[in-house]
Design a protein around this ligand. Sequence first.
Ligand code: TYM
Length: 347
Amino acid sequence: MPSPVQTPQAFPTRIFSGIQPSGGLTLGNYLGALQRFVEKQDEGIETIYCLVDMHAITTWQDPAKLRHATREAAAGFIAAGIDPARSILFNQSQVTAHVELGWIFNCVARMGWMSRMTQFKDKAGKNSENVSLGLYAYPALMAADIMAYKATHVPVGEDQKQHLELCRDIAIKFNNDYGVNFFPIVEPVIEGAATRVMSLRDGTNKMSKSDPSDQSRINLTDDADTIAKKIRKAKSDADALPDTLDGLKDRPEARNLVNIFAALANLSPTQVITQYAGAQFGTFKPALADLAVEKLSPITSEMTRLMKDPAEIDRILGAGAARADAIARPIVDQVYDIIGMIRSRQV
Ligand code: TYM
């Protein structure tokens, strides 16, 4: 059960989260993030969701593919249950407050903090001299995404936890440096049975849209046959499922499939293991494939339908951006006043 959202201080509860349109959405994005986004919206909380195209270009993107991926991700959000009337849904580059505050946060964040970001180390690998400056600065822009709305809660998968800790550090330092209580200290919302969905080929690696093997992931655009095939071929082991989760300790692939089942069925992993104790993968995988197809196929078909009208998707993103800007603009203008910028231009 998701824990009820509580606001830590005198800031109204507001949810913000984002997904990079740097490829298609995966089952990891869906179970770790998108499902939570819909839940929070349906709890009646103010929810702001962003396709972070400015983050996507920290690694080079083909312009036509980026536009397509942004629309497709928007279609995925709507197909999964995000209602653009109840949530604000937009793409980041249409609201300039993000990059403006991002620069200010570049001047608040410390080099030492940025250098500790494990995702940068993973992505840059041995090539760190050659990656973009944007990739290094990216977590400060992420903090700006959240703080431009004074958001209090951010639903994400496990891999974003460190970035949210950095966001807290930046907000605390800004408040201290300028003697204000301006930014809230954000709470990560990392919930559900699948906060870290692993690759279908290697249970020790995260499922990711950037993995070169398409077999390693389920894409929200995969058709029913492809989903079923990928699950049937997913790496597992020769043992039957145990009767407790402890029995899955050294079986990362088996644990991953149980977690995916649990998240798709809205059960806890313990409930799944109780139901399938003693079952071989020959039984469990087809059951998981059926469940995945049942849950994901309606989303895929709705995405396909929505993608037939890209102008309507662009209209939704534009309307969302106008609503987002109305919240973020005054916040960022106040930041300029706080830090001592002269604001005399007539508009
Ligand atoms: P991104 O685009 O890599 O992923 C989007 C969301 O999906 C979650 N996720 C996963 N969850 C479980 N298992 C997986 N295998 C998996 N893969 C991805 C991520 O945790 C994330 O919640 N920096 C962010 C985007 C961002 C953002 C923000 C998020 C930019 N600004 C402000 C929150 C708030 C990113 O690259 O996510």
